[in-house]
Design a protein around this ligand. Structure first.
Ligand code: ZN
Length: 127
C-alpha cells in the first residue's frame, strides 16, 4: 500500500466519523450545521408528501446493503439525487460506490450481450 492510499483512507475515515456525528440532526426541524448544503424546496415539489421537506443536507453514513461497507453519502450527492435526479425523498442510497459501479458494469455487459444476440439474429435472417 502506498502512502497516498493511506492518506485517502484516513480522509474517508474522518469523513465517516463526522457523518456519524451528524446523524442525530433532523434536517426537517434543526437549524443547518456548518457545511450543510441547503435544500431547494421548488426542486423537491415532485414529492407527494405531507411530511416536512428537509431544509438542508449533511453528509450521511450509509451501510451498503450488498457488502456491508460503511460509506459517506455526501450532502452534495444527496442534493443531486433528490433535486436533480428527482429521487423520492423517502429513498436512500443503499449501495456503496463500488457495488453501484459493478452493478452498472453488469447492466452494460447484459446490454452488450443482448445487442450482440439481436445482431446475430438479424444476420441469420439474411439482411
Ligand atoms: Zn457495497
Amino acid at each position: 500500500m502506498t502512502s497516498r492510499d493511506t492518506k485517502e483512507q484516513r480522509l474517508q475515515e474522518s469523513r465517516l466519523k463526522r457523518a456519524k456525528a451528524l446523524a442525530g440532526i433532523d434536517p426537517r426541524r434543526d437549524p443547518p450545521p456548518p457545511g450543510a448544503v441547503l435544500a431547494d424546496h421548488a426542486e423537491l415539489a415532485h414529492n407527494n408528501t405531507y411530511d416536512l421537506l428537509p431544509k438542508f443536507y449533511v453528509d450521511r453514513a450509509i451501510v451498503c446493503r450488498q457488502c456491508g461497507t460503511e460509506e459517506v453519502w455526501l450532502a452534495e450527492k444527496q442534493k443531486w439525487w433528490y433535486e436533480v435526479a428527482k429521487g423520492n425523498i423517502n429513498t436512500d442510497a443503499v449501495l456503496c460506490r463500488s457495488c453501484r459501479e459493478s452493478k452498472k458494469a453488469q447492466r452494460a455487459e447484459a446490454r452488450r450481450v443482448h445487442l450482440e444476440g439481436v445482431a446475430k439474429k438479424r444476420a441469420k435472417h439474411g439482411t
